[in-house]
Design a protein around this ligand. Sequence first.
Ligand SMILES: Cc1cc2nc3c(=O)[nH]c(=O)nc-3n(C[C@H](O)[C@H](O)[C@H](O)COP(=O)(O)OP(=O)(O)OC[C@H]3O[C@@H](n4cnc5c(N)ncnc54)[C@H](O)[C@@H]3O)c2cc1C
Length: 441
Amino acid sequence: MDDIVKRVLVIGGGIAGITSAIDIGNAGYEVVMVEALPSVGGRMLQLSETFPTLDCAQCTLTPRTVETGQHPNIKLYTYSEVVGFEGEPGNFTVTIKRKPSYVDWSKCTGCGTCQEKCPSKVPSAFERDAGKGKAIYTLSPQAVPNKPVIDPDHCRMLTKGKCGVCAKVCPVEAIDYKQKESFFTERVGAVIVATGFKIYDKTNLGEYGGELPDVIDGLTMERYLSASGPTAGVVKRPSDGKIPQDIVFIQCAGSRDPELHKSYCSRVCCMYTAKHARLFKHKVHHGKVYIFYIDIRSTGKGYEQFIQQSVEEERIVYIKGKVSKVFQDGDKIVVWGADTLTGEKIEISADMVVLASAMAPNDGVKSLSETLKIDINEFGFFKEKDYKIASNESSREGIFLAGCCQGLRDIADTTAHASAAASKVHVLFEKLKNRVETKAC
Ligand SMILES: Cc1cc2nc3c(=O)[nH]c(=O)nc-3n(C[C@H](O)[C@H](O)[C@H](O)COP(=O)(O)OP(=O)(O)OC[C@H]3O[C@@H](n4cnc5c(N)ncnc54)[C@H](O)[C@@H]3O)c2cc1C
């Protein structure tokens, strides 16, 4: 191999992917970023405030998503996936498939009129159970790129051939109901995989009332708590819109449960549950908050103090014990559990229950591992070359791992991991250059 292509493919545009991409772009290499959703930002786009400082997630994230969108060295393919991959370190060829958005992004100015006038209110995966979206949408008001897509399963024009409001109101005639998927080829010398995680579906958690409407998961709670969310930061019960007063949080819902669910610890739930409890108390001052836990894992900087403040200053009641049953009783959700410190049985009649559900590898990880020819572990996370000393390296030379796709971690650890992956790329390019020069001598 004589030619080293000093360009990098980053798969996944969450905080891990954008951190790696900005570092690599700033080092002077070109980046091709492929993101499955219409815009970059990942799960952090859905968060309200972040532990341990309780600062606004979007205030941290938006400058980075904007920089990604405007960076002269970063080429963005959103609403896209990698479908073909061949070659060797220093010289890979990638095939990228872009889904039809039914909007010509080269014409669209991002004015938002189409979204405002769209008559279809539809379930929104982004807002989860907390609210609905439109059939033509961007993920958030600060979306990067700020270009909408049409949901083909709910758009009246695409499903029934009737409506066309978005096309009528678009001032630049950007709506294209006939748009098809498109394919692109790019050459790169290295790859960083940063595909993140998903939340284990609450319907798997029948023992915790996962099928009940007023039993929600942590990510849905983030949307309720978010000032830019569908309820403008007011926590409401999904069933009737009432503001809950008594609320129970259940940690390790599906994590650390080898018999029924995932045997691993999801690593951030102890902290985000304390965060949710505190933010709820800031909004509903007289509300009562109970947290069931197995033990508290608060190992980050300032994390233990955050938990202590939750108990001492916010008067959140921590109950060490497992929950045995959650069921609906009239207007209330009843939680049965045991306090393992006192041996007492506990029964709490609550208005709402929040599950700190397990986090799992994202959809499509298996097929991506086959396309890239890299290994995954028994839980479906990408497998590192060596957990202790090479957690950024995949099982194949030239392909690196960043963030939660390799193992679950908070934002601080994710960005450190992502910057480490970026520096590994630089090392690879130098190593390949030396190989070529040695061969030439
Ligand atoms: C409820 C909740 C609250 C949290 N609160 C906090 C907090 O307060 N503080 C904190 O430090 N941490 C918090 N976290 C953890 C934080 O969300 C993660 O650390 C962070 O999101 C990890 O970033 P990531 O980029 O690795 O993954 P993600 O954020 O999941 O991003 C991955 C990206 O890859 C994309 N993708 C997936 N598959 C593909 C594919 N095949 N092709 C292309 N793109 C793909 C996804 O669409 C996504 O955009 C919280 C987590 C949860 C669940």
